[in-house]
Design a binder for this molecule. Structure first.
Ligand code: ADP
Length: 489
């Protein structure tokens, strides 16, 4: 398994995407809910304002009617007012030549006379029964209504449940406030406010509605659902991505494998020439000797037989070499033109392809590139060299305990060439076999063909470069590939 920090790095983009999508979704859901709560609040506040305004206007109308009914009709109306309008606790009149019982009513009558409409007096919102008086200066008598504020509220038409509604509604005037509906006002969260004066010039009370929305009122269930939904989406997306890159990796490996087989063909041909040369020479020598021995008089049958046996053995060896060739080669070759290739990109691509191998062996590959190095090379051949060197290093690392496996790839420019070093902490290469590792068919691996490094060297030399093997202190092996730098663009 990968260490925790590596897994975190791998899944960091998914985590960030999940966090961002979750946050954006939750903020939108919260805003939607707050918007709906605000709309509902404003509708309720406007209805309250309209209902209270209607009552205030009614008081103005009652007073105006009393003023108009006199002389004669006002007395009868005064008697019946309280039964029709329960909020009107009483009616007072000041006939010409008499005085109001208190100076406030005098002042209000003065104000009413000047304004030609009713005026307020003796407002007391703090009394046990909140009340105020409304005075209208008229001829011959002036009138004053005593109004009960609580009874002025049209409870039958009220749009909110008074005791349980979270909205607080107050009537405010001249520093006094009458609580129409207590509401629930807590700390924190969001506060909606509504202020509007009653639509009556004589009773310009401010209708104040307040709604405090607490954090607990946010749509947590939907938000949780969204967060879980996004997590599922990200996991599904990540799985799909994983499948896609596994497919891409498999295709790429197939391509590299095919190219490897193509190049191996050339290498194999060279190896075969080398391998077949010796048995063919021996067969030739043995058959010529046998011919001579048979022509002798008397013919040397037993020695001729021995020579023929040796020829047969050599022919068998040659046939074996050819069988190996047939097993290995399946595809024809094709060469690519040289181009400017970025060494680090090739290395990263190869590491990406080998990612499952690295993971399986618990190997972390480190790429150290001081600068970007572009070499003049045949891309596919370079890819194959890098792939082979990394595969060899991984096979070498199999032979040491998991905790000691290190693979480092250095990229640099040295002495005017692009240099790639593949360094592993494996068992290294014994000094006696170091000179032989590039020989065709030289292998120490069970099931190895011994053509990988020899092919890599041929390809490197073919591109004007070279490939060297060295021991690496304190342990392990390093393979150094140098290639000509690509001309500056
Ligand atoms: P194969 O992998 O089929 O054996 P190669 O040509 O790739 O053929 O390698 C030849 C030999 O070189 C290997 O069998 C091994 O002994 C040696 N070798 C290659 N790479 C390494 C390495 N990184 N560490 C140690 N030995 C190596």
């Amino acid at each position: 398994m990968f260490p925790l920090h590596q897994r975190l790095t791998r899944y960091a983009p998914h985590l960030v995407a999940w966090l961002m999508l979750s946050t954006v979704g939750c903020v939108l859901l919260a805003r939607l809910e707050l918007g709906q709560l605000r709309d509902a609040f404003e509708t309720d506040a406007r209805i309250s304002h309209r209902l209270l305004s209607q009552r205030a206007v009614q008081h103005d109308a009652v007073l105006a009617t009393l003023g108009l009914l006199q002389p004669g009709g006002a007395e009868a109306a005064e008697q019946r007012l309280s039964s029709v309008y329960p909020q009107i606790l009483g009616v007072q009149r000041r006939d010409p030549g008499t005085a109001w019982p208190n100076a406030a009513l005098d002042a209000a009558e003065q104000a009413s006379r000047l304004a030609r409409s009713a005026a307020l007096a003796n407002l007391d919102f703090t009394a046990e029964r909140a009340r105020y008086q409304l005075v209208l200066a008229a001829q011959p008598a002036s009138f004053a209504l005593l109004i009960d504020v609580q009874a002025s509220v049209p409870w039958n038409d009220w749009s909110m449940p008074v005791q349980t509604s979270p909205v607080r509604v107050t009537l405010e005037h001249a520093g006094q406030a009458f609580v129409v509906q207590p509401g629930r006002i807590g700390d924190g969260g969001w506060r909606f406010e509504f202020h509007k004066h009653l639509a009556s010039a004589s009773q310009p009370f401010d209708v104040v509605a307040i709604r405090q929305v607490g954090w607990q009122e946010l749509p947590w269930a939907f938000m949780l659902l969204w967060v879980v939904g996004v997590a599922c989406g990200v996991v599904a997306w990540s799985a799909w991505q994983g499948q896609r890159s596994a497919r891409r990796r498999a295709e790429e490996l197939l391509r590299v494998g095919q190219v490897a087989r193509l190049n191996t063909l050339g290498e194999l041909a060279a190896g075969m020439a080398h391998e077949l040369n010796q048995p063919l020479t021996a067969i030739l020598a043995n058959t010529q000797a046998a011919k001579r021995l048979l022509q002798d008089d008397p013919p040397e049958l037993s020695t001729a037989c021995q020579a023929m046996d040796q020829a047969v053995a050599q022919a068998r060896r040659a046939a074996e070499v050819l069988a190996r060739l047939r097993r290995t080669v399946e595809q024809p070759s094709s060469a690519q033109p040289d181009e400017a290739v970025d060494l680090e990109a090739v290395v990263r691509n190869a590491l990406d392809l080998l990612e499952p191998e690295l993971r399986r062996r618990d190997v972390t590959a480190t790429v150290k590139a001081a600068q970007s190095v572009r070499v003049h090379a045949e891309r596919v051949a370079l890819e194959q060299i890098v792939h082979n060197l990394l595969t060899n290093a991984l096979q070498a690392l199999d032979q040491v305990p998991a905790g000691e496996r290190q693979l480092t790839i250095h990229i640099a420019v040295e002495e005017g060439a692009g240099v790639l070093r593949v360094v592993d902490s494996g068992p290294g290469i014994a000094p006696d076999i170091l000179p032989r590792v590039f020989e065709p068919f030289f292998t120490t691996r069970e099931g190895g063909l011994g053509l990988g490094l020899s092919l890599c060297e041929t390809l490197a030399v073919g591109m004007g470069g070279q490939l060297l093997a060295q021991a690496h202190a304190p342990r392990g092996a390093q393979f150094i590939l140098s290639l000509p730098l690509a001309p500056a663009p």
